[in-house]
Write a protein that binds this ligand. Sequence first.
Ligand code: GLP
Length: 243
Amino acid sequence: MKIVIKKDYVELSKFAALEVKNILEDNPNCTLGLATGSTPLGLYKELIKLYNLGEINFSSVTTFNLDEYRGLNEEDEQSYKYFMNDNLFNHINIDKNNTFIPNGIAEDVERECENYEKLIGEKGGIDLQVLGIGMNGHIGFNEPNQELYLNTHLETLTEETLNSNSIFFTNKEKMPTEALTMGIGSIMKAKKIILLISGKNKAEVVKKLVSGKITTDFPASILQVHNDCTVILDEEAAALLNK
Ligand code: GLP
């Protein structure tokens, strides 16, 4: 696992955008794995800027998002489908038919998950996976547990995640308690991974991430054995490293 420390969130986002740009330059038909949450927002803003400057072309790119809340459809402003359209896809020249997100309102969830996993394989796998991290070490929505799932599946969200993510919901009662998420195996199969972590509230999380131990209590710890994973931090998130 490689660690890159940037001065602040803007620099972190610019660095991440260049990583994406490089992949697209090498392979205009590449497949990106994308994340939601507040951390990748700066990256998406930078990508839109690069697109407007004519420096990046998404016309042949395919994307797979990590996860989606169970029960929310794409018109729902809290759905990740809405989030991705609003924060990225509506502003770049991507073909929306090539943007995939698990269907949160699928009647047969098991089948939806199986098909999602299969589709990623059919498209040749993920070339670059963008990740954020939850306060409890979750990646996608793979929550700490005794066992972790390899493939896309339905996950019950922990109290901690419900609390952290409730800031996005005006009515907490309406927040889904389950989500469809790529599994740990789906994520680890990505050829390259960039994990973005920003802010002093994530400094403890970073410390655990690089602990040198792997535990299902902290799912992101598995990334330590990926052979091309770069963790991009800002100085605040890196504050407790080597302490
Ligand atoms: C959600 C997403 C994760 C994301 C996490 C952290 O739970 N499912 O993929 O990494 O939020 O979000 P933030 O970047 O807002 O801290």
